[in-house]
Structure formats: structure tokens, C-alpha cells
Design a binder for this molecule. Structure first.
Ligand SMILES: [Zn+2]
Length: 358
């Protein structure tokens, strides 16, 4: 999953000796199904045969790689090449989604496959320390299940605004008690693991590789978007880009939890609360068309429980608004996809896995 060049964690926690180790491991992971020979690894990474031999020796010793099978290359004489594969369960990482109403935690292996998960309801007015204690307890329970020091770290995805570089939460909409919380430090202290804090929607867009220009649009306990532009994750000057839900679509509209009036999030969530799904879908459709025109993205992945519970009206409205608001929708086509319900915690876990991969 994290072969995506867009995945650049805001913290460099790399465990590996150098970038070349990460390049080799990433190339092996990209060939998870078939395995890859040392010769092919040298071609892919442009490293010398000698360097590949040294690095793969180290990774085999660390238990991250295994030799599995041989391949004979057509037209080639000599002995068949030994294939190298990743050992998926050699290490694990955790991804958490901290929301206004729930806390979700997953454990993934090196391929990004989910190996365990847990969730619990959260009272948004609860004391933040108690919620973090609960998250730490969930992490420890899952570690007890898989064992020991093979855990690379914990990625925590959270609603914004927040600063992903120092892991400090700002005026998180709808969670006033969390303002100023040093989430990264607090979780590192509670778990003894390296922790990366990321905005939930940015984690969502990093869940899976895709086109160089793409967005993840989320409708759940809030409304937001994560962006990959020009092949790189777009976080903005203060790592707070993607406050898509707080664009004003109706200056006379309802008051938003952020304090402003007529934000997309306020309009959408008010309509959903009253069972007016078509109205919420229409508002989202207009905002998605605005996003597509502003940024010329190729793919928009739709996620969040409120949307995934009843996706058809949202998809229909978005398609209609894209078709009517983009002057040449065939030329500037936008692919709509449905994200998995675990997209955000999986993206958060991918950031923690990023310690080993490019
Ligand atoms: Zn707002």
C-alpha cells in the first residue's frame, strides 16, 4: 500500500540505515505476489549488485525478508534466480481514528493487511486524558495479542485543525476540550511507541496509491477533504489544508460548529440530521465540483460513515454537479470511487509503516 510516492510522513522516524534499505524493501513489497530476484532489485533501485547483496543480507538477518522460490528467466542460462519476499508479520503498525463519537484502532502487518481491530464509543465532552488512556489501553491489548517489540509505531488520525508537525491539536471543530492538546507527546508517553499525528482526511487520501492528483472527501462526524497534488500529499503551510467542510456555500446558512455561518459542513450535517439526504448530497455535489474545478483532480474517493451508509444519493448528486459545472466533463473526467470504512485508520497505520518504506 505505501509504495505511493505521495506518502511523506511529516516526521522522519526511519528505522533503516539509509534510503537504499527503504528502496529495496519498498521494491520487494511492490512484488508481494510474485517475489523479486536480486538482479531485478538492482535494476529497479539502480543500486549495484554488491550493494543489493549487502542490503538484502541485512534485511534477511533482521527477518524482514525471506528467500522463497526460484525463477528461471526465459532465454537465460545458468542457475535460476532466488526470489525474495517480504515477511508480512515481521513487524506491525497501529493506526487509530479518533473521532467525535468513536475511537477505532487497527493493527496492520507490513503489507498493510489488517491483523486486528478494536473500537469503542467516545463522549466528545469527555476529558481528553481519559480518552487517550482508553486508546493506550486498546494499543496494549492488541500488542499483548501479537507480542512485543515488533511494533513500528502508532499513527493517530484526528479531525482538524491540527499541526501534524508537532502533533498539537488546534480548534478541533466540535471538541473544544481538545484545543491545545499535545496529542503526539501524550500518546508517546502512554504507549512508548513512536507516534505520528495526522489529519483524518489526509490519512484517508494516503490509504491507497492512486493518480498523482486526487482527493479523499469525507462525510462523517464532520466534512473534510485530503489532497494529493502533483504526486505529493498536500498539507499546506501549517499542515492544515483540506478544511473543505468549512468553505462557505450559503452566507445566510446555519451557524457552523467552527463559529462561521453557512459552511458546507453545517449545511450538510443539518440536512442529514433532519433526514434531508438529497439536500446534503446536493450541497456536497456543488462543493466537490468546486474542488474539481479549482484543483483539476483525476480521482475523488468518497468516505466517512454518513456517506457510506447511503452512498447512492451522494454519488448521483456529485456526478450531476460535475457534469453541469465542468465545461467539458469528458475531457476533464473525474473518477469517483468508494473508500473503505477503514480508510482513515489504514492511512494512519501506513504513516507508521513509513518508518521502513520509501
Ligand atoms: Zn465551519
Amino acid at each position: 500500500m505505501t509504495t505511493d510516492p505521495a506518502l511523506h510522513p511529516v516526521r522522519n522516524l526511519s528505522l533503516l540505515r539509509d534510503r537504499n534499505d527503504a528502496a529495496v524493501l519498498s521494491a520487494v513489497r511492490a512484488h508481494a505476489g510474485t517475489g523479486i530476484s536480486r538482479v531485478e532489485l538492482a535494476e529497479r533501485t539502480r543500486l549495484t549488485a554488491q550493494a543489493i547483496s549487502k542490503i538484502t543480507g541485512r534485511l534477511l538477518e533482521d527477518g524482514l525478508l525471506t528467500e522463497a522460490g526460484r525463477e528461471r528467466v526465459a532465454g537465460q542460462t545458468g542457475k535460476p534466480r532466488t526470489l525474495l519476499r517480504l515477511v508480512p508479520r515481521a513487524r506491525f503498525a497501529f493506526g487509530a481514528q479518533l473521532g467525535r463519537g468513536e475511537l477505532r484502532l487497527i493493527q496492520v502487518d507490513l503489507t498493510g493487511a489488517v491483523t486486528a481491530e478494536a473500537e469503542t464509543a467516545v463522549d466528545p465532552d469527555a476529558e481528553p486524558g481519559a480518552v487517550l488512556d482508553r486508546l493506550a489501553a486498546m494499543v496494549h491489548e492488541l500488542i499483548a495479542g501479537s507480542g512485543d517489540e515488533r511494533v513500528l509505531g502508532l499513527g493517530v488520525a484526528c479531525p482538524g485543525p491540527l499541526d501534524a508537525r508537532d502533533g498539537v491539536l488546534h480548534q478541533v471543530t466540535g471538541m473544544p476540550r481538545w484545543h491545545g492538546l499535545r496529542l503526539r507527546e501524550e500518546m508517546e508517553r502512554r504507549t512508548d511507541l513512536p507516534v505520528i499525528v495526522e489529519k483524518n482526511t489526509t490519512a484517508g487520501v494516503l490509504r491507497s496509491p492512486g493518480p498523482d492528483d486526487r482527493a479523499f472527501v469525507y462525510v462523517g462526524d464532520g466534512v473534510g477533504a485530503g489532497l494529493v497534488l502533483g504526486g505529493r500529499v498536500h498539507r499546506g503551510a501549517r499542515t492544515n489544508a483540506g478544511e473543505f467542510g468549512h468553505q462557505c456555500i450559503d452566507p445566510a446558512g446555519p451557524r457552523c460548529a467552527c463559529g462561521a455561518r453557512g459552511c458546507l459542513e453545517a449545511v450538510c450535517l443539518a440536512a442529514l440530521r433532519d433526514g434531508r439526504t438529497d439536500e446534503a448530497a446536493r450541497a456536497l455535489g456543488i462543493a466537490v465540483a468546486n474542488l474539481a474545478r479549482l484543483l483539476d483532480v483525476e480521482e475523488i474517493s468518497l468516505g466517512g460513515a454518513a456517506l457510506l451508509d447511503d452512498p447512492e444519493p451522494f454519488e448521483a448528486a456529485i456526478r450531476e454537479e460535475l457534469a453541469t459545472r465542468i465545461p467539458d466533463p469528458h475531457w476533464q473526467a473525474v473518477t469517483l470511487t468508494r473508500a473503505s470504512r477503514l480508510a482513515i485508520p489504514r492511512g494512519a497505520a501506513a504513516l507508521a509503516l513509513g518508518r521502513l518504506f520509501l
